[in-house]
Design a protein around this ligand. Sequence first.
Ligand SMILES: [Fe+2]
Ligand SMILES: [Fe+2]
Length: 191
Amino acid sequence: MIHAIAHIEFNAINLAIDAVYRYPEMPEGFHADWIDVAADEARHFELLRGRLAEAGAAYGDFPAHDGLWDMALRTRHDPLARMALVPRVMEARGLDVTPGIMRKFSGIGDDATVKVLELILREEIGHVEAGTRWFHHLCARRHLEPEATYFSLLREYLHGEIRCPLHHAARRDAGFSENELKRLEELCAKH
Ligand SMILES: [Fe+2]
Ligand SMILES: [Fe+2]
C-alpha cells in the first residue's frame, strides 16, 4: 500500500512539472503554483520512501500502474482538460480515499504512516484548489461556463464514470461547489 501511494506521489511530481513545461502560454502564477505543487509532491514521495525503507523495501520493488501518466498524455494538448482531469479528478480522488487508508494503518498501529498521510491529505487539498482556480481562470478566458464544461470533460474523458463516496469537506475546501458534489454523486449512482 505504501509503495502504491509512493508511486502516485512520484507521478505527481512529474505531472506538476509537466504542467509547468507544457503550457508556456499560461500566466506566471500558474507556473509558480505547479512548481510549489511539485515541491510538495517530492516531499510526499520522500516521506513515503522513508516509510518503505523502515519496512525494508524501496520504490521500484513492486509493480505499478500507469494510469496517472496516461491522463497526462491524454490531456497534453489543453491546460483546461489537464486541470479538470488531473487535479480535479485524480488528485481529488486522493482526498476521498485517504481517510479510509489512514484508518487501515491506524488499525495495524502504524502511526508514523498515519502522520505522513495526514500531512499529504492537508497539502493535497491545496493542489486540488489550485486546479479549481486555474480551471476557472481558463473557463473565464474562453467564455465557458465552468460547471457545464467540467461535466462535459468528465463525459468525454471518463464516460462519466466517477467513483464515490466523496470527501465532501475536503472537496469543498478545494473549491468544489455543492452542485458539483451533487452531480458527481448522481454520476456514481448511474455506474
Ligand atoms: Fe502528493
Ligand atoms: Fe498532489
